[in-house]
Design a protein around this ligand. Structure first.
Ligand code: GAL
Length: 715
């Protein structure tokens, strides 16, 4: 089938689907609702869905940078059944399927079955996730969003319908990807067969499906992110280092630790408090405990040292909370940890919750939140409300689980919007249309390789993810994990269960008993170097996030997204692209080397400056102090002077590294941190003949300015 043309419901798969179901729909042709975005409407969709409860409108102006597409790239067929609603979307023999949200245990989704259930501790690769998203994108260059707040099941190819009597046996087709090119886990991916994605949406009597054209995979994801509202732009301080203190710290201990970070020259922009600042944490009272007698003084003292304060909490509201009584009528009919569950789908519930947070926390200088426990678990103590719960908004528990993380973010976002203050925080659950939320996902899971797969995977679905660092198996593990953290959307050390920074002692019990490693200062120095590396990348990362906001381009993504014409990139889930010009291939403790796939084009080793030829797999042995980073030939890479925090004026001073003979200009943005920054554009260009660089500024306000201290030609 010609993928670039909409075939309609009379296509082969549609006929098959219709022959199986009494209530098959003859849908109207899809409606083009935005450039390159088509909407199929089937039956009577449910009232509560990600799109119907969305907070952000599409970022329409961003579509201007994308090529025009005249026809819907794929047909969607649908039928009602007693089980709910069934969709069928064809898959070509050579089409790789990616996405479905934060999937830590698999990458290529073709051939798999995923039931998209919100769950905190997935034990197997079944679709349980902190942030499942009913959106997938394929190597044929289009994406599909099923607008549902149900635990939908996606069979991404590989299911075979019974052959119709008299139908000719389809001849096998040539596939560009053969099973032995794939790791064992993906050999079941049914490449080489014409098949279909089947989606079962339980309960629903209809569903809207959105198709996002490319023509490339990147452009399909861009359109999805723009449809979601465009990507989040963190404040610069959000891109510095974040450190969360142990959950029993008091106000004095926080200030002592903050002073120690500055004295010992360990970069840090954000300090996060865990549960001990609350009079009651599980469930949450939202009231400052005796351990924090003067919270306003705390935020002020921290601000004087250029730290922002982030607060952990969850939404389940304890009876001692001052908002408990007011929230009661706007909460669900089940408790969690003795607290009520606010119904953030009701404006009143959100207002009560948000208003209190504004008055007691945000107004005194709290910069953001870590919104914990907003997922669900069947595997760790079976906490959270049941799927059969009901809420005043009309949502049941299943729908609320699918939407809870985002609507919780909305409630607090309303305060930051009102106060015209940017934030950047953490959240443990998210879903469809999440790109505009300045929140990063995290987990209690702790497998370093899965965490890197998370970085590659989340870019397909409009999500951000941090492979946070806690304790470590040994110093090598600490350095390797910190390196990955330092090149992620939020450079987070989450020391919530260790008393002292992990470089003093990596082992949890010994750390808590103050038994420091005899060589801790050496380890601290190694960690300082990694954290300084992060600070050098802040301008580059900030520019990547501006593109996320304006053009929907995910700052972090799997290699396949940019190179889907090369099947060698399809299974690569242990490397990721960071911004336009860098590819990261993290090293893991206990492994003396690793292989790296370099896609087509020339690349430079960031550390040695050595030029490497692409379209090949190479073996490397990265020394402990280096996380492998590869720079695309033709890149102008601005690196900041490392500073202890992003408020330091020196953080605007750049060393610009030039890679290859004819590099193209790069644009940075001067961000004064305001709500709607005017973002002066700073173009850095290199004249190869004269071997000199130039900086050209246009637009912008009176905020701090970039200056180039040095130009360096590499290779
Ligand atoms: C967990 C969370 C951890 C930490 C802990 C504190 O749910 O994932 O990062 O915040 O709670 O109790």
């Amino acid at each position: 089938m010609d993928r670039r043309r909409f075939i309609g419901v009379t296509g082969a798969a549609g006929a098959l689907l219709q022959s199986r179901s009494a209530s098959a729909q003859t849908a109207a042709p899809p409606e083009q609702i935005l450039p390159g975005v088509w909407k199929f409407s089937f039956g009577t969709p449910e009232k509560i869905t990600p799109a119907s409860t969305r907070h952000y409108p599409p970022a329409e102006s961003g579509f201007n940078v994308l090529p025009a597409v005249s026809a819907c790239p794929v047909a969607v067929h649908a039928a009602g059944s007693r089980r709910g609603y069934l969709l069928s979307i064809p898959l070509a023999p050579n089409e790789g399927v990616y996405g479905l949200g934060l999937q830590l245990q698999s990458f290529i989704q073709r051939g798999g079955k995923k039931r998209l259930r919100v769950n905190a501790d997935p034990k197997m690769d079944t679709g349980d996730s902190h942030a499942p998203v009913p959106f997938y994108v394929t190597t044929a260059g289009y994406g599909v969003l099923v607008d549902t707040a149900r635990y939908a099941t996606f069979y991404s190819g590989g299911k075979k319908r019974k052959k119709a009597a008299g139908a000719a046996e389809p001849s096998p087709e040539q596939s560009a990807i053969s099973p032995n090119m794939l790791p064992a886990a993906y050999r079941r991916s049914s490449f080489g067969e014409r098949t279909e994605v089947l989606v079962e949406v339980p309960e629903a009597q209809g569903v809207d499906v959105y198709v996002f054209a490319g023509p490339s995979m990147r452009q399909a994801v861009q359109r999805y992110n723009l449809f979601s509202g465009g990507g989040a732009l963190p404040p610069r301080w959000g891109l510095g280092m974040s450190y969360r203190v142990k959950n029993d710290y008091n106000q004095e201990e926080v200030l002592t630790l903050a002073a120690e970070f500055r004295d010992r020259k360990m970069p840090c922009d954000v300090i996060g408090l865990e549960a001990s600042y609350l009079t009651h944490a599980y469930s949450s009272s939202f009231v400052w405990s005796k351990k924090f007698p003067e919270p306003a003084a705390l935020t002020k003292q921290l601000a004087q040292k250029n730290f922002r304060l982030n607060l952990w909490e969850h939404a389940f509201t304890h009876p001692t909370s001052p908002i408990y009584e007011a929230l009661l009528p706007y909460s669900g009919d089940y408790e969690v940890w003795g607290g009520i569950v606010p119904d953030f789908l009701t404006p009143e519930g959100s207002r009560i919750f948000a208003g209190y947070h504004e008055k007691e926390q945000i107004a005194i200088g709290v910069s953001g939140y870590k919104l914990d426990e907003c997922d669900n678990s069947d595997f760790t103590g079976n906490w959270s409300f049941p799927e059969i719960a009901s809420f005043p908004s009309g949502a049941d528990g299943e729908q609320m689980h699918c939407l809870f993380g985002q609507r919780y973010q909305d409630a607090l976002q309303s305060v930051f919007e009102k106060r015209q203050t940017r934030t950047y925080g953490l959240v443990r659950s998210s879903g469809a249309l999440a790109a505009p939320y300045p929140y990063v996902l995290y987990s209690d899971l702790y497998d370093h390789k899965e965490f890197i797969r998370g970085l590659a995977n989340t870019g397909f679905s409009g999500l951000l993810w941090t492979p946070e660092l806690r304790n470590a198996a040994n110093p090598e593990d600490l350095i390797r994990r910190l390196q990955s953290v330092a090149l992620s959307p939020m450079a987070l050390i989450n020391a919530w269960y260790i008393k002292s920074p992990p470089w003093k002692q990596v082992e949890r019990n010994a750390n808590n008993a103050d038994r420091f490693d005899p060589n801790w200062e050496e380890l601290e120095a190694q960690c300082r170097a990694v954290m300084e590396m992060r600070m050098r990348f802040v301008p580059y990362l900030h520019a990547a996030f501006v593109r996320y906001q304006r053009e929907g381009m995910p700052p972090y993504r799997g290699v396949v997204m940019d190179y889907h014409d090369d099947p060698q990139t399809w299974p690569v889930d242990n490397q990721f692209l960071m911004g336009e010009s860098l590819m990261v291939a993290p090293a893991f403790a206990g492994e003396s080397g690793r292989s790296v796939y370099l896609p087509a084009g020339d690349w430079f080793d960031f550390w040695s400056g050595r030029r490497l030829t692409g379209k090949q797999r190479i073996q490397i042995k990265p020394p402990l102090e280096q996380i492998p980073i590869f720079v695309k030939a033709g890149t102008i890479l601005p690196l900041a002077q490392p500073t202890l925090h992003t408020d330091d004026p020196a953080s605007w001073r750049l060393t610009v590294q030039v890679y290859g003979e004819t590099p193209s200009a790069v644009t940075l943005y001067e961000d004064d941190g305001s709500w709607n920054p005017s973002l002066a554009e700073v173009a850095l260009a290199w004249n190869s003949e004269r071997r000199s660089g130039s900086l050209r500024r246009s637009g912008g306000g009176s905020g701090p300015r970039y200056e180039v201290a040095e130009w360096k030609q590499i290779g």
